[in-house]
Design a protein around this ligand. Structure first.
Ligand SMILES: Nc1ncnc2c1ncn2[C@@H]1O[C@H](COP(=O)(O)OP(=O)(O)O)[C@@H](O)[C@H]1O
Ligand SMILES: [Mg+2]
Length: 370
């Protein structure tokens, strides 16, 4: 019996939601650890005080749970439970920002019909809301970005259907159409990648990777996009292998090179080079393009961030590329930096661990979501 009692007490103490027990006068009897943390009130200071002293939980319309006419009093009077999905908890003691919570009030009866007290359960919903908000933002950006190529695609197909066209004109329209479809495909690929990264549904299969092979493939892949820019791929003889994953390295470099192309003019030079360091391989992607102003630098790798610069606004994009790059680089245990001068050009530098200096020869590592 004693043991069961201890377990019940432990369950109350360690319950992952904030629990506050009040008597029929709405006076605090006890609160558990999460409640102590959330309200800033220790059990010994809170016990015996009116619930309104330690808890200010307001719904969106501003009604306070513990007010004389609030839901707690009503629950204690009428014996009905309450569930609210969205409210704010104000931290009177710590004057921290309000916390977004859901809560329930359940009347407690020892005997008879009238409640002898109630238990208030409060759940901090900040992480859930952040996930939902991130998903909404992604959906919104995706719809917005897909709309433009889709409209063009529709227009092009109408032209193709309606007019008597020469073979050359038809080809040109079809090429445009193909280009727009390409753009949509890339965009959807980015959105899927971000969704996988954010939900932690991505794992890394670390292995020895010969970076020069990957570089060769990447350069072949982006060459058709150059449109008058020159691309030089420079890899030293005997470049040491990295401990990484070829597909992810490929994705990182393609993203950086596509940016170098997108943010520079035809006629300029783009370089992808690799360098051996004592315990890492350093990859550099440099361009002679629009560059990046100092004030934009700290935010470049954030999701959806695009520099507020006319040269950037002219191009289409979602601001997801560098977020994907940073996430992938982190998964491979590396680092990414940028150096840039506005109007002159930029260099993106990625360092990844070398194979022979890594202790574990082959390991599966779960991805870290950001
Ligand atoms: N090579 C570059 N030169 C200049 N600005 C760049 C370069 N690469 C990235 N940026 C800046 O970083 C922002 C974020 O890049 P990215 O995440 O790839 O998104 P997107 O290319 O879709 O805009 C870009 O909008 C641009 O402002
Ligand atoms: Mg990009």
């Amino acid at each position: 019996m004693a043991r069961e009692r201890t377990l019940s007490e432990q369950a109350f103490e360690q319950f992952p939601q904030a629990l506050v027990i009040v008597d029929r006068e709405a006076t605090v009897i006890s609160l558990n650890e999460v409640a102590e943390r959330l309200t800033g009130w220790a059990q010994r200071d809170a016990a015996g005080r009116p619930a309104a002293d330690i808890l200010e939980v307001r719904t969106e319309t501003g009604v306070n749970l513990c007010a004389p006419n609030g839901a707690l009093r009503r629950a204690l009077r009428l014996g009905t439970g309450i569930n609210t999905h969205f409210a704010y908890l104000f931290r009177l003691r710590t004057s921290d920002d309000p916390v977004r919570v859901s809560y329930s009030v359940s009347p407690l009866r020892l005997k008879g019909k009238t409640p002898d007290g109630a238990v208030i359960a409060i759940h901090d919903v900040t992480p859930e809301l952040e996930t939902i908000e991130a998903r909404d933002a992604l959906m919104l950006a995706a719809s917005h970005e897909l709309k433009t190529p889709l409209t063009t695609l529709k227009g092009l197909s109408e032209l193709l259907l309606d007019f008597d066209l020469t073979e050359a004109q038809r080809r040109e329209l079809l090429q445009d159409l193909h280009g727009q479809a390409d753009r949509m495909e890339k965009l959807i690929g980015d959105i899927l990648a971000v969704s996988r990264i954010d939900s932690g549904r991505i794992s890394v299969d670390l292995a020895r990777v010969d970076a020069d092979d990957v570089i060769k493939h990447v350069c072949d892949e982006v060459r058709p996009m150059l449109k008058g820019r020159t691309l030089t791929c420079r890899v030293p003889e005997n470049l040491p292998a990295i401990m990484g994953e070829a597909r992810k390295l490929h994705q990182i470099l393609v993203n950086l090179l596509t940016n170098a192309i997108k943010y520079s003019e035809p006629g300029t030079q783009i370089t992808l080079s690799a360098h051996s360091e004592p315990s890492a391989v350093r990859f550099e992607v440099s361009d002679q393009g629009v560059g990046i102003r100092r004030e934009h630098m700290p935010r470049l790798f954030e999701k959806f961030y695009r520099a507020d610069d006319p040269a950037v606004r002219r191009t289409s994009g979602t601001g997801l590329g560098l977020y994907i790059v940073r996430s992938l680089v982190a998964m491979l245990g590396g680092q990414v930096h940028v150096r840039s001068r506005h109007g002159k050009g930029s260099v993106f530098i990625v360092t990844l661990p070398r194979a022979e200096t890594t202790a574990r020869p082959r390991a599966r590592v779960a991805a870290v979501a950001h």
